[in-house]
Design a protein around this ligand. Structure first.
Ligand SMILES: *Cc1c(COP(=O)(O)O)cnc(C)c1O
Length: 355
């Protein structure tokens, strides 16, 4: 196991992108972290080097069978130029949970977090400062053996790249329209839905395109067996406020265990609001709408933090949630979590971690 990080600084810094027009995942900083794994030797050769294309053998296993995992987290510029991460140890834990499912060797969680902090520190001038912006951190692991047989690889690369991202909501947090997908499914129990593995996202594209074509922002996924239990919305976990109670699908194996989801649950409980993790059907949600007890729907995830849902379309039946406006709980959670992330409010949960 490696414990030192070699650093090679770029001699050719890139031009910074226009801070008002960052978008998501389009620009990459000057450096990246790379570490190799070889069976028998373990993880080794940890280094921060200038951001550059990889040279991969065309037979690299990841290119054929998708043995790979990733993470998504953000660094924020806080007061006095300090830099904050949000519960980053949770992302490191989840890497190893995804690794177990995908037969990828475990990483050293403390070491990799240290490496991420070093990388962010080195490229800190890339962290945008405007409201809602952040430096998105993308750690990922790929199988690199040049081999076409189907088996777990013996060689891997762990890489971390950084991307300055614009505000998710260009003009303030606002509700989105969601299409309930009746045919395609994202994941099934026993599959890989709970792992942040790359194939899940390729599998979701078809339904995403269909929803976009119909004028919807995202898909609401139903379970893969009965097509009635609610799973997630797009790449976010989903919450419902019905009759004063907050309900979110329990982590049954096909749902990604979001860190924003966990944070929202803990925050709501701290506020004394009842939160229940259980199976919930799309029927129940429509029923609640009809008897006027459906108060709010919102998604949670690192990219948007909180994404209120303003409209659902299930088999042509459209319902409007909270008059298409952001709900009280959605707004409060958004303000509280983003406040902690950016150091603007007191971190009563101990979630913000200084780089
Ligand atoms: C990453 C992800 C989430 C959200 O997880 P966070 O840790 O809150 O960012 C939810 N669903 C899917 C499918 C995801 O990939």
């Amino acid at each position: 196991m490696t414990d030192t990080i070699m650093i090679e600084k770029t001699t050719n810094p890139k031009q910074r992108p226009d801070a008002d027009n960052l978008g998501f995942g389009q620009h990459f900083t000057d450096h990246m972290f790379v570490m190799d794994y070889t069976e028998g030797k373990g993880w080794h050769d940890a280094k921060i080097i200038p951001y550059a294309p990889l040279a991969l053998d065309p037979a690299s296993m990841v290119l054929h069978y998708g043995q790979a995992i990733f993470e998504g987290m953000k660094a924020y510029k806080a007061q006095e130029d300090s830099i904050l991460l949000f519960r980053p140890e949770k992302n490191m834990q989840r890497i190893n949970e995804s690794n177990v499912r995908m037969c990828i060797p475990a990483i050293g969680e403390d070491f990799c977090l240290k490496a991420i902090k070093k990388l962010v520190e080195l490229d800190k001038d890339w962290i945008p400062e405007a409201e809602g912006t952040a430096l998105y951190i993308r750690p990922f692991i790929i199988a690199t053996d040049p081999f076409l047989g189907v088996r777990p690889a013996n060689m891997y690369k762990f890489i971390v790249i950084l991307s300055p991202v614009g505000a998710y909501y260009a003009s303030g947090i606002s509700p989105v329209k969601i299409y309930v997908e009746p045919q395609y499914v994202r994941a099934i129990r026993g599959g890989v839905g709970f792992a942040k593995t790359i194939g899940n996202y390729a599998a979701s594209l078809k339904a995403q395109m269909k929803a976009k074509d119909k004028g919807y922002a995202q898909v609401l996924w139903l379970d893969g067996i009965e097509r009635k239990y609610i799973e997630e919305v797009g790449t976010m976990n989903v919450f419902f406020k019905i009759g004063g109670e907050i309900i979110t699908p329990d982590l049954s194996g096909s749902i990604l265990p979001g860190i924003t989801r966990d944070s929202a649950i803990q925050m709501l409980k701290k506020w004394g609001i009842k939160v229940t993790e259980r199976r919930i059907t799309i029927d129940e949600v429509y029923e609640a709408h009809h008897n006027e007890s459906l108060e709010e729907i919102f998604g949670t995830g690192t990219a948007a933090v909180i994404s209120p849902v303003g409209e659902l379309n299930w088999d042509g039946n459209m319902i409007t949630i909270n008059y298409g406006k952001i709900g009280e709980i959605s707004q409060k959670l958004y303000d509280e979590i983003t406040g902690i992330q950016t150091g603007k409010i007191k971190d009563s949960m101990g979630w913000a971690v200084r780089v």
